[in-house]
Design a protein around this ligand. Structure first.
Ligand code: FAD
Ligand code: NAD
Length: 152
């Protein structure tokens, strides 16, 4: 099986879209991610998968903190900015929640401390303990077959 076939198959699993954000030495960094899942209720744990070579990986390794921002249907541009799909640099204003950077108007923003880390092939899996979260109503941005969709 080649990489394209694997990606085509994984792309059949429809997901939401998140932006992971973290901060190190006063620099805020964001990265689009759809590899996100809820893990445990007691304690409250979530999991993200970050490419080992991604800039975000080094930042979380050092800061041991991150936020997960679940994007709404109107935030496709945020996903494109933080995945490098929009090439030119854009200024993004982050809100601060629990001392960490979050994307304003996300459906959910959660502040996490790293609970456990696992190396898995060319990605690093971070289990995060959710310290606090904020919630908004709205429809999600979704990703299916390599394309963004909106529910309505
Ligand atoms: P960079 O590539 O340097 O940064 C990403 C982009 O964000 C750059 O364009 C940068 O200019 C911009 N940016 C960062 N911080 C700021 C800031 N403060 N202000 C303004 N702009 C900023 N990769 C994974 O590892 N795991 C996943 O689960 C995953 N899911 C994805 C889902 C989707 C739908 C898409 C489109 C991509 C996904 N990717 C995933 C790929 C990942 O988003 C890209 O490879 C990304 O470029 C990696 O980011 P980086 O941390 O290496 O930093
Ligand atoms: P695509 O066809 O590459 O993605 C379809 C699905 O394949 C994704 O939802 C994901 O589940 C999987 N996938 C893609 N790249 C992967 C990787 N490097 N490691 C593990 N799983 C991966 O869609 P696209 O629109 O071409 O993606 C845009 C860019 O974002 C590509 O460079 C892609 O590699 C990257 N991406 C990375 C991940 C990830 O690292 N987990 C997830 C999604 C997209």
């Amino acid at each position: 099986m080649d990489d394209r076939m694997f990606r085509t198959a994984m792309g059949k699993f429809a997901t939401g879209v998140t932006v992971i954000a973290s901060e190190l030495d006063g620099e805020v960094h964001g990265m689009t991610a759809n590899a996100f899942m809820s893990v445990s209720l007691d304690p409250k744990l979530v999991l993200i998968s970050v490419g080992t070579d991604a800039k975000m990986n080094k930042i979380i390794q050092e800061s041991q903190k991150f936020t997960v921002n679940i994007l709404s249907g109107s935030q496709k541009e945020m996903s494109m900015i933080f995945s490098g799909q929009i090439k030119e640099e854009r200024k993004v204003d982050f809100d601060i929640f629990e001392g960490l950077p979050v994307i304003e108007n996300s459906l959910v923003s959660m502040a996490c401390n790293v609970y456990e880390t696992f190396e898995a092939g060319d990605h690093t899996l971070y289990v995060g303990e959710v310290m606090n979260l904020s919630l908004k109503d709205g429809e999600p941005l979704t990703f299916f077959e390599g394309k963004y969709k909106q529910m309505i």
